[in-house]
Write a protein of this length. Structure first.
Length: 318
């Protein structure tokens, strides 16, 4: 799910769950639990909320997501039996094809437990901001809470999922393909971008916001590709939303400005914000180098598409 939904979950939970104490632990390789005759019973997996014993070869996987987990699992050719969509978000055009005929399990902020039960899953995968659901979901099927892919990085997340699902053979090719694309981008645009800066800001109702570099997959990819961020980005030291006072917007002026709009309402929000007098004073606006975009960067599939989009954008604007 999109990172704009993370804070929404704190206020939009639609059912009350029994809470319990789970000691967080870092994601580490799994270990096998065996019967006395040596046959495998289940695989003990370390995850963000502790450890869970999952089937050695799960066949009915449910995810509480339609972005991060869907991307990585689709790249690993894992078939799903159900997922929870984000009804407020703009769907990923690329990833939608992977869930075209898969049941929706309520909404990402309110998963339908009844529907999940009816699918008889043997493994449920969620993300840290869905911790509130963990106790009840664990009563339905083994549940693994995957560490935040934005903070953990999409490649470590991919490797982790491949490890617990025995898909390791696919990972090296996926990572090698990413490395090739990033290297090719640097070769084509590295010199041209050396003296160019990019600012990336988001739209959130009545203001713009900024986030710390390195805490989102998209800016990790841009950094790998050699994109130079504007100096103002270095002033953001902490994780989370940092609203930009409209009068401070000139600090984020740059050669290129990417504006993230991911909620369905953001197109209208952006239109209203650009009517502020200070907007037209920005050099990047005068030079017509503002690039509104629906951020669609969650894992290896959409990352590759994002690099292609950067190719197209800079080919037309450098």
């Amino acid at each position: 799910m999109r990172h704009w939904i993370k804070p929404l979950l704190l206020v939009a939970l639609s059912f009350t769950l029994v809470t319990a104490c789970y000691q967080p632990s870092s994601q580490t390789p799994s270990s096998l639990s065996k019967n006395s005759d040596g046959t495998e019973t289940c695989k003990v997996v370390q995850h963000a909320l502790g450890e869970t014993c999952i089937p050695a070869n799960p066949q009915r996987i449910v995810i509480l997501d339609e972005f991060y987990l869907l991307d990585a699992l689709s790249a690993l050719d894992v078939k799903l039996v159900g997922y929870t969509p984000c009804q407020a978000c703009i769907p990923s055009e690329i990833l939608s094809e992977f869930v075209a005929n898969i049941p929706k399990l309520g909404n990402v902020t309110a998963p339908s437990l009844e529907t999940i039960v009816s699918l008889k899953p043997d493994l449920i995968l969620g993300l840290p901001w869905q911790e509130q659901f963990y106790p009840r979901l664990s009563e339905i099927a083994p549940t693994v809470i995957v560490e935040d892919p934005d903070l953990n990085g999409f490649i470590p997340t991919l490797r982790y999922l491949a490890e617990i699902l025995d898909k390791n053979k696919l990972v090296d090719d996926i990572v090698a393909d990413y490395d090739r694309k990033v290297s090719a981008f640097r070769q084509q645009f590295g010199e041209k971008l050396q003296d160019k800066t990019v600012s990336v800001i988001g739209v959130d109702q009545t203001s713009f916001y900024i986030e710390k570099l390195g805490t989102r997959i998209y800016n990790q990819v841009m950094d790998d590709a050699g994109v130079q961020f504007s100096p103002a980005h270095a002033t953001i030291k902490t994780i989370g939303y940092h609203p930009i006072n409209i009068e401070a917007l000139p600090q984020w002026d740059a050669d290129f400005l990417f504006v993230i709009r991911n909620y369905k309402r953001h197109a209208e929000d952006f239109k209203l914000l650009t009517q502020k007098p200070i907007w037209s004073t920005l050099n990047v606006v005068k030079n017509k180098q503002v690039h509104p975009m629906v951020l669609d960067v969650w894992g290896p599939i959409t990352v590759n598409q994002f690099i292609d989009d950067l190719y197209e954008y800079f080919s037309n604007n450098l």
